[in-house]
Ligand binder design. Structure first.
Ligand code: SF4
Length: 411
């Protein structure tokens, strides 16, 4: 279990992995981060740039015009993505449900996948821009190895454009906004092992965009006995998700709101693919937790919160941990107040009334809704202060008071 003191000591050991020079965000990029860039139009990188030259061939795409090689056949139809004929050499990225059609020299909506002469390349393979040790509770995972130190990393890029994003400096950035060395998967896993982190977490931006890197790291980590977890919006397609489930121990999905309009207007995405991913993970052997960030006036209506809890209960069952987290004003929604604690408490109450067994209030330190309760005897089986575990009353997956099983991965 990671203590506060160990947590602070470990942070000091991380800087050298990115060359010790820290990160550099180029000044003009801030302007673009704030005011946006039309999706799929980035041209700042040309093929002579090292970030493109050294970028490996991506997986999960297909050519749309004759002549290219298919990197991953998929049942997704090309129709319905616009009526214009694709330009010669165009390809379709099949990694996520945005399904970007990308002309030669252009990039997809996430800015991290580029069509280089008819071949899709990953510009973020081996390019982590931030690395930290976090308590696993910060992700949050509450039913997966409580107290574990998670060696956490992210690249730039995201297929979404959530107006409330709390990591927008990297999620809405482009690979060329940060100067970082190439960090091979073995360097990540070796560092995690040296720091005695039992878990590697892919987090902060949307890790779907670096799926190939993630899979390579998770495979290496597995051989060293280190487990890997993913924090995701759940937008990836079925084929890559199946592969991820094969190498990851746990996935946390941000179910951002139970409403297509909210996804479309606030996140620039669709709800349906996220629901499909949640079902797919629940059917796999990978541990699943779900988080709903409750944003005042946008996704906090009683019908929306109730609908979300009912869907989770009906589709993935009462034992999946469900977190209702507090929004703090950020990025393009600085005008909104933080979520009232009473709203989070109401959401938790509605979900528990519906039959969910483990419902949490997130981002409210020291709230009773941070603890894990035994669904049978109602005693506290994990007591938390902030992101730290203070008391653990689960042994061999059972409540130490009444011996009832508690759903989760405990060791
Ligand atoms: S990962 Fe998604 S957003 Fe990025 S290029 Fe592929 S389909 Fe587009």
């Amino acid at each position: 279990m990671i203590s506060r003191r160990r947590f602070i000591q470990t942070l000091a050991g991380i800087a050298p992995i990115l060359g010790g020079a820290g990160l550099c965000l180029t000044l003009p990029s801030w302007e673009r981060l704030l005011f946006g860039d039309p999706a799929g139009s980035l041209l700042a990188l040309d093929t002579s740039d090292d970030r493109v030259r050294l970028a490996p061939r991506a997986r999960f795409w297909r050519p749309l015009t004759p002549g290219g090689g298919d990197a991953h056949p998929s049942p997704l139809p090309a129709e319905g993505r616009g009526k214009r004929r694709p330009e010669a050499g165009s390809i379709q990225c099949l990694l996520c449900s945005q399904g970007c059609v990308i002309a030669v020299g252009r990039r997809g909506r996430c800015r991290t996948r580029m069509n280089v002469a008819g071949e899709l390349r990953s510009l973020v393979w081996g390019r982590p821009v931030t690395v930290h040790i976090d308590p696993i509770e910060k992700k949050p995972f509450y039913h997966y190895l409580p107290g574990a130190a998670a060696f956490s990393l992210a690249t730039t890029g995201c297929p979404l454009s959530c107006q409330f994003c709390q990591n927008w400096e990297i999620s809405q950035a482009s690979p060329e906004d940060y100067r970082v060395p190439l960090v091979p998967p073995a360097a990540i896993t070796e560092k995690a092992r040296a720091l005695e982190a039992p878990v590697i977490a892919f987090t902060y931006n949307e890790p779907t965009v670096f799926t190939e890197y993630m899979i390579d790291i998770a495979r290496e980590a597995k051989m060293l006995g280190i487990r890997s977890v993913l924090v995701s919006c759940g937008i990836m397609n079925e084929v890559p998700l199946a592969e991820l489930c094969g190498v990851l121990g746990a996935i946390k999905i941000d179910l951002k709101g139970y409403d297509e309009g909210f996804y479309r207007n606030v996140c620039g995405a669709k709800l349906k693919p996220v629901l499909r991913s949640i079902r797919q993970i629940a059917r796999s052997d990978t541990h699943l937790e779900i988080v709903n960030l409750v944003v005042p006036t946008l996704n906090d209506s009683e019908p929306m919160l109730r609908g979300l809890a009912e869907w989770v209960f009906a589709e993935v069952g009462p034992d999946i941990p469900l977190h209702f987290s507090r929004f703090h004003p950020d990025y393009r929604l600085r005008n909104l107040p933080p979520t009232p604690v009473a709203t989070l408490e109401l959401a938790r109450e509605m979900a528990m009334d519906r039959g969910m067994r483990h419902v949490y209030v997130g981002n409210v330190p020291d709230h009773p809704g941070n603890h894990t309760y035994c669904p049978s005897c109602r005693r506290v089986v994990i007591r938390r202060t902030g992101f730290f575990v203070q008391e653990m009353n689960i042994k061999s997956g059972r409540c130490t008071f009444c011996r009832s099983p508690i759903a989760g991965v405990w060791g």
